[in-house]
Design a protein around this ligand. Structure first.
Ligand code: SF4
Ligand code: SF4
Length: 487
């Protein structure tokens, strides 16, 4: 075959593949119910198809047999190869990301006290209680703010208020799921003992598994229970809460107790959140989804902890109603992703559209390695979450700042929760608009694989995301069973 024919076939094939991907993307936009993206995807597909037809036409009339035609054939081929190379090669590496949270540390890190957490302050500090007096003696500046929030119903305020008078069913669903982590929060659930049928057998000693086998079985069991991503890390003491602040089962003696965790490993898992339910953020479908995934996190983590206890080891479930550690940094160290500007973990597989759970344990396991998927670089210029945040709580600075000894973009928690209180949901607008959050159809998977390895692709797809989906996307329509309007 002559070079001339080879190049014609190669380019025709390349243009045909490109048009097929364009068609796939168009179908994906229709399936995602994204009207704006569908219009642009149509235009893009028609453009690609037109290019293919024009190319075949030029070939048919013998244009490529001429000197100018052959030169343009070679030029276009070289350009296509260069574009493919620039799109696929790993560029703009961030070696710090490969060190996990260690790579982001620039000074001493003080362990976070759970008593300072906004939900703990709201729930555990009952007016006139000993805890209330003790806490505000130390933090008088917080008292008026917290008192005001308590009057308004806590961080979520009046649930579903944004969608009233049509939110009753959605609030009922969200609160039904919220009950599940509570049912699974007793000390016998979060720090389980071995099943009574195994107690006699375990008196003879723990079950011995190699770390490799234990890791394989634990990860498989977690996935079988519903986890979408599972990673393992050694627990860095920096991310263990210093003192207990949440009280759910009248265990007041625990409030203010120092937390000392002697578990070496953490199994961290993520569950995908439905893009259909996050799409209408900040409306009530988003909080149905969050609560469902917290319930799932409790379901998975308590069973995983029980399984480890049944092998004779110590384990602690971390879920919405019992945390001993801060999960996003543990997830980074376990190789599930990187923390983005919006403060959530961004995973390669689902972007920030995940909820996390974990189990800490002394069962010997094989840790995973942190990953570099280009989040810090992407967030540096994207800023979409910050532009769309209705309360202006996400910083716009190009680079992360130093906060408690670590480099990160620090949210303004107070204004964020203020907004939650106004709408009566957990908002999630930042998660919804993030370009990493799209449904993982084949074209989006392809895009993610490019942006996770290449600075140039990140730049291009960030601009394309704004063109196709809009710089400030509007809330999407919810599935009919979770509708929030009058329809
Ligand atoms: S929206 Fe953009 S800036 Fe915000 S977290 Fe996502 S990628 Fe980063
Ligand atoms: S949850 Fe809403 S208010 Fe809070 S940071 Fe995200 S977009 Fe802003």
């Amino acid at each position: 075959m002559s070079l001339h024919v080879f190049l014609i076939l190669l380019l025709a094939l390349g243009l045909a593949v490109q048009a097929c991907i364009g068609l796939w993307f168009l179908l994906s936009c229709i399936w995602e119910k994204e009207p704006r993206a569908t219009v642009f995807a149509w235009l893009q597909f028609l453009g690609m198809l037109g290019l293919l037809i024009f190319f075949l036409f030029l070939s048919r009339i013998g244009f490529f047999d001429t000197g100018a035609g052959f030169a343009s054939l070679v030029g276009v081929t070289l350009l296509a190869v260069l574009c493919a190379f620039l799109g696929l090669v790993k560029m703009g590496k961030n070696p710090k990301a490969l060190l996990g949270t260690q790579g982001l540390m620039v000074g001493p890190v003080k362990r976070f006290d759970e008593r300072d957490q906004v939900f703990a302050r709201n729930r555990a500090l009952r007016p006139k209680s000993e805890q209330y007096k003790a806490y505000y003696r130390e933090h008088p500046e917080m008292e008026a703010l917290d008192a005001d929030r308590r009057v308004r119903g806590g961080p979520i305020g009046s649930p579903g208020i944004i969608d009233r008078p049509h939110s009753d069913a959605n609030v009922a669903m969200a609160l039904a799921s919220l009950s599940m982590p509570h049912y699974l929060s007793g000390s016998d659930k979060v720090k389980p003992q071995a099943h009574f049928l195994l107690k006699e057998k375990l008196k003879a000693g723990k079950v011995v598994l190699s770390p490799e086998e234990a890791t394989e079985r634990i990860k498989g069991f977690a996935r079988n229970l519903g986890a979408d991503l599972v990673g393992i890390t050694e627990v860095s003491p920096h991310w263990v809460y210093s003192h207990r602040g949440e009280i759910f089962n009248e265990n007041w003696e625990d409030w203010g107790k120092e937390i000392s965790l002697d578990h070496k490993f953490a199994i961290v898992f993520a569950e995908e959140m439905s893009f259909e339910m996050i799409g209408p953020a900040p409306h009530t479908p988003t909080v149905i989804e969050s609560m469902k995934d917290y319930a799932k996190g409790a379901f998975i983590s308590t069973q995983l902890a029980a399984m480890i206890a049944n092998l004779g080891y110590s384990a602690g479930a971390n879920h919405l109603r019992h945390y001993e550690a801060i999960l996003p940094p543990l997830a980074v160290d376990a190789g599930l992703g990187e923390v983005g500007r919006l403060g959530y973990l961004i995973t390669r597989e689902f972007g920030p559209r995940v909820r996390l759970g974990a189990v800490t344990t002394d069962l010997p396991l094989v840790p995973d390695k942190p990953v570099d998927i280009g989040v810090v670089d992407f967030c540096g210029f994207c800023r979409k979450c910050a532009v769309c945040c209705p309360s202006g709580s996400i910083p716009l600075d190009k680079d992360p700042d130093t906060f408690n000894g670590s480099l990160r973009w620090k949210l303004n928690d107070a204004t964020c929760f203020e907004y939650w209180g106004k709408v009566g949901t957990d908002c999630n607008v930042c998660m919804k608009v993030c370009p990493w959050s799209h449904a993982r159809t084949f074209p989006h998977r392809l895009i993610v694989s490019m942006i996770s390895r290449n600075h140039l692709s990140r730049r291009i797809f960030s601009i394309m995301d704004d063109i196709f989906y809009g710089r400030k996307p509007k809330p999407k329509v919810a599935p009919s069973w979770a509708r929030f309007g009058s329809g």
